[in-house]
Design a protein around this ligand. Sequence first.
Ligand code: XLS
Ligand code: MG
Length: 346
Amino acid sequence: MAKQHQYQFCFGPWNISEGQDPYGPPTRPAQTFDWKLKQLKKSGFDAMMFHDDDAVPDIDGKSDAQVRKEARELKQKLADAGVVAEMVAPRLWFSPKTIDGAYTSNDPKSRQYAIERTLRCIDVANYLGTKLIVLWLAREGTYLREAKDGRRSIEWLVQALDKMLAYDRSIRISIEPKPNEPMDHAYVPTIGHALALAQLTRDPKRVGCLIESAHAILAGLDPADEIDFAMAFGKLWSLHLNDQNGLKFDQDKPFGSNNLRVAFNQVRALERGGYGKRGEYVCFDVHPFRTTKVEHWLAHLVNSRRTFLRLVQKARTFDEKAARQLVADRNHAALDQMVLEHLMGK
Ligand code: XLS
Ligand code: MG
């Protein structure tokens, strides 16, 4: 049997969150970054993902020299812990300057700010030793259809991507689509949109995507199909596995928590496509349940990783030959039951 590769795992500091939601305050006291880093390594993870201001807090108020100093100190801290930085993403949705959007704001000063902030994020990525920039285009969309020009917005997005690609010729950009929340409608709601946008840029080869399971489900899609689609283009460069119960607020539940079969099919698609063989990480963008006690604070991450590895075994032991025969016989009822029996085990 061909040697099967080992997956490498990742999460972000925001995934050890304190339980606040739009209707109530935190339910757990904040922990330090150093504590989170220690937990990450102890729990079997290899890498950490960052927003630019996770890496350098209050980044907007700091000089270039200060940003460089703090980012380099963080790089050293990661190296000492035996952890690498997977990616850096500009957090463009928090600033008072981006209330009407960032790259697609109607205000030219906001658009300018968004681009300058992103170029700084690229500097941070370089200091941390990663070439992957993730763009979750949180506020690039509308609450009100008449408030923005959709076509112009796409042109602005392409201009912004072109500036990033020209600023550093070795970075790669992974667009993380999400169809809604915080916006009513986002301009880049699916992987198809992200990869089509990539084609309009000056260097399409360096613009790929990141699939988050919950975001695909919110778009009414099966995340396994999104994975297959992105991998057909060779452009699945990162992944946020989690789960989501239908069309609600973004729940970021543990991987497999809501629908084990949908999770199994994601793992099967990743296995088929050889995800991870070119150094890609399996990241879990999951949050603890609000009720979680401090002593159980890592459980959603540890459990997601465990479920993933169990499902890798399920994918590797799935009787593909029997499945192919049932497909050839068009016996979908038996195929359906075969999947269920396999997942339930003996
Ligand atoms: C929000 C996103 C965000 C990105 C990185 O849903 O998952 O956290 O992953 O900016
Ligand atoms: Mg995400």
